[in-house]
Design a protein around this ligand. Structure first.
Ligand code: IPD
Ligand code: CA
Ligand code: CA
Length: 263
């Protein structure tokens, strides 16, 4: 795609994201929460309205683009063909419901299976993270630099401790500097992207949880792989790590030692 076209799409997505600043407070003031697969699997009117709003935006401005998103059936979409937007309208819905903080909007734009634009909008903190293929990554327009190397012994690492077995958690604790988890795959990944965390692991992410991270990782020289150190398929998701170069191998060695990481 020509640079001018990419800039035009980026500007129009930025404008759409700005419209959320007016919409989200109203949606939150009338928040309605329902459950999906179990009592901890929440969805709200905020998630649904943001996704519907983006769907309408695409229909109006880019009718040939497809939407692959959490709160819809994606049966008719081939994520690897043509122009596809992968969206998590709210990543960290539990945080939205329980804390009204630490949630974000994730958007990844793929052309023929290649990521070209990525956004993680940390709305509560007014921080818009963006990656543009070949042109680096930014926060609120300011360039982000590649994180310095962080060895595991010096690193804060994050993962969902409810789904990893106790022995592996103990080994990770022993080998790292500390553990923190925000509870939003997008924002935990942003900590790695900014060089604050050494690594973030999610053992069962869906495509929308990780859609934006691919481009941030490649633009900033981070590692983003399966937990077997193979190429991660953005269209299926599956166990993943986004990691600082210097602690990726040691994280994977621990996660795959003994009986592995599954609880
Ligand atoms: C969830 C969050 C959470 C992660 C889960 C995701 P949601 O997304 O990112 O941190 O551990 O795997 O499903 O449900 O809030 O969009
Ligand atoms: Ca999510
Ligand atoms: Ca979500």
């Amino acid at each position: 795609m020509e640079k001018e076209q990419l800039i035009e799409i980026d500007e129009s997505i930025n404008a759409w994201l700005t419209t959320l600043d007016d919409i989200i407070p109203k949606l939150i003031s009338d928040m309605v929460t329902t459950t999906k697969e179990n009592m901890f699997d929440l969805v709200t009117n905020v998630d649904k309205a943001i996704q519907q709003n983006f769907e309408l935006f695409l229909k109006e401005h880019y009718p040939s683009h497809q939407l692959f998103a959490e709160e819809k059936s994606n049966r008719e979409v081939n994520a690897k063909e043509g122009h596809v937007w992968i969206m998590d309208p709210i990543d960290g819905t539990t945080n939205l419901v329980k804390q009204q903080e630490d949630y974000c909007i994730i958007l990844g734009y793929f052309i023929e299976g290649e990521p070209v634009l990525s956004y993680i909008y940390d709305y509560p903190h007014g921080q818009l993270y963006k990656a543009v293929r070949g042109f680096g990554a930014y926060v609120n327009g300011q360039p982000l630099s590649s994180p310095e190397d962080i060895e595991l012994k010096d690193a804060i690492i994050s993962y969902n401790s409810l789904v990893i077995n106790d022995e592996t958690i103990q080994d990770l604790n022993d080998a790292s500097f500390g553990y923190r988890c925000i509870g939003s795959c997008g924002l935990d990944s942003i900590r790695v992207i900014k060089g604050q965390f050494g690594a973030h692991v999610n053992t069962n992410p869906k495509p929308w949880d990780i859609a934006a991270q691919f481009l941030f990782a490649s633009e900033l020289g981070l590692k983003m792989t399966t937990l077997n150190n193979t190429k991660l398929d953005f269209s299926t998701g599956g166990p993943f790590i986004i990691s600082n170069q210097a602690c990726h191998a040691s994280m994977l060695e621990i996660l795959n030692s003994g009986n592995g990481y599954n609880k």
